[in-house]
Design a protein around this ligand. Structure first.
Ligand SMILES: [Zn+2]
Length: 374
């Protein structure tokens, strides 16, 4: 990887982090504003309830004074009734008195209604006041948290800006201009190539372009999204191994006349491959060093099929794919040929990748301990 590309990777990381921090700093006052709005709403509710109470009090005074006016009227009518001359006049006054008494009762009813109302209004005020208190406390807490977070973010921003400046200094000016231009329009200006694909736009690279990116001499840009491309063989190896494992790893059959296993340790030896062959009521075992392919010890034959004949050998093993003619074994002699060794090692790698990618559902035959392993 060229130093320009390494600096661009650093730059991209700094740009991303700076954007994240700036967004966070901008979002903090908004969060406070939302709570402030809620608080304003609660304050308005409280003011309205208190105003309603005041209105009720005014109404009550109005009814009270109406009652006392009516009472004065009644006593005036009573005085007048003592001086009346005719029955008609007397009856008229009496009617006036009755009418005033009715009015008094209706005012008294209204006052009673207000008193009942007042109780629920007082309750409302208490509830809203409690809400207000809680919201005020919350907003203070949020404001403090936002202040602290902002200060922290600002500090990080200073650090990341310095890293960004340093990274920019390490990139060729033309390349930097291109990066800036694409980043402005697309949000990022650099993209890693994995599995022959631009990871940003997912377009598959032409083989020639892919080779150019891999050889990493010149700056190559994605023909589809214009981002500067780079290649990390370490990342790609994982991607390819996983893809191969997912696509192609066949699982060995449980019942097979020939079976291959990997074992991380065998006696004094380290990693080995074990080959078992069942034939005519018996079975044979060969052990090979997994690195050199050289046979360890002699061929061992026992009665019965291999699972029953060699149970102790099957502990902590990984079952592998592999099937060759029995006559091939004789041809190979005391050393596995390279193509067999490569095939076993590559299947072992695939089995490990497979078991890593599916940790909770061990695949049949792959990386599964033999039932005898207990
Ligand atoms: Zn692209």
């Amino acid at each position: 990887m060229s130093p320009d590309v390494q600096s661009l990777i650093d730059l991209q990381q700094a740009d991303k982090e700076i954007k994240r921090l700036q967004d966070e700093v901008a979002s903090l006052p908004k969060k406070v504003a939302v709570i402030e709005e809620k608080l304003a709403g609660t304050k308005a509710k409280l003011a309205k309830t208190k105003e309603a109470i005041k209105g009720d009090e005014t109404a009550r005074r109005k009814y009270d004074s109406a009652i006392s006016d009516l009472q004065q009227k009644i006593s005036k009518y009573r005085d007048q009734s003592l001086a009346v001359k005719t029955n008609d006049q007397y009856r008229a006054l009496l009617q006036e008195i009755q009418f005033a008494e009715q009015e008094i009762r209706s005012n008294e009813d209204k006052i009673l209604e207000l008193m009942v109302n007042a109780e629920s209004r007082e309750k409302d005020v208490k509830i809203v006041e409690t809400e207000l208190k809680a919201e005020t406390a919350e907003i203070e807490k949020e404001k403090n948290a936002a202040r602290e977070r902002t200060a922290e973010d600002e500090k990080l921003l200073t650090e990341w800006n310095a890293k960004r400046d340093k990274a920019r200094g390490g990139v060729d000016p033309d390349m930097l201009r291109h990066y800036d231009r694409v980043a402005k329009h697309r949000g990022s200006g650099l993209s890693e190539v994995r599995d022959q694909k631009c990871t940003a736009c997912q377009v598959i690279l032409r083989p020639q372009v892919f080779n150019e990116v891999r050889s990493s001499g010149n700056t190559i840009v994605c023909e589809s999204c214009q981002r500067i491309l780079y290649y990390n063989p370490e990342h790609d190896k994982e991607v390819q191994a996983e893809a191969v494992a997912k696509r192609r790893r066949a699982h060995p059959k449980f019942e097979a006349s020939q079976a291959w296993y990997y074992r991380p340790e065998y006696g004094d030896h380290g990693e080995v491959f074990l080959a078992f062959v069942n034939s005519q009521g018996g079975s044979s075992r060969r052990i090979y060093d997994s690195a050199s392919g050289r046979m360890i010890g002699d061929i061992l034959a026992r009665e019965g099929e291999y699972r029953l004949a060699f149970p102790e050998d099957l502990n902590d093993t990984i079952r592998l794919n592999g099937h060759w003619k029995e006559s091939d074994f004789d041809e190979w002699g005391p050393e596995l040929p390279t193509f067999v060794l490569d095939a076993l090692n590559s299947d072992l790698h695939a089995a490990r990748v497979e078991s890593r990618s599916k940790p909770h559902s061990p695949a049949e035959g792959a990386a599964v301990q033999h039932p005898a392993a207990s």
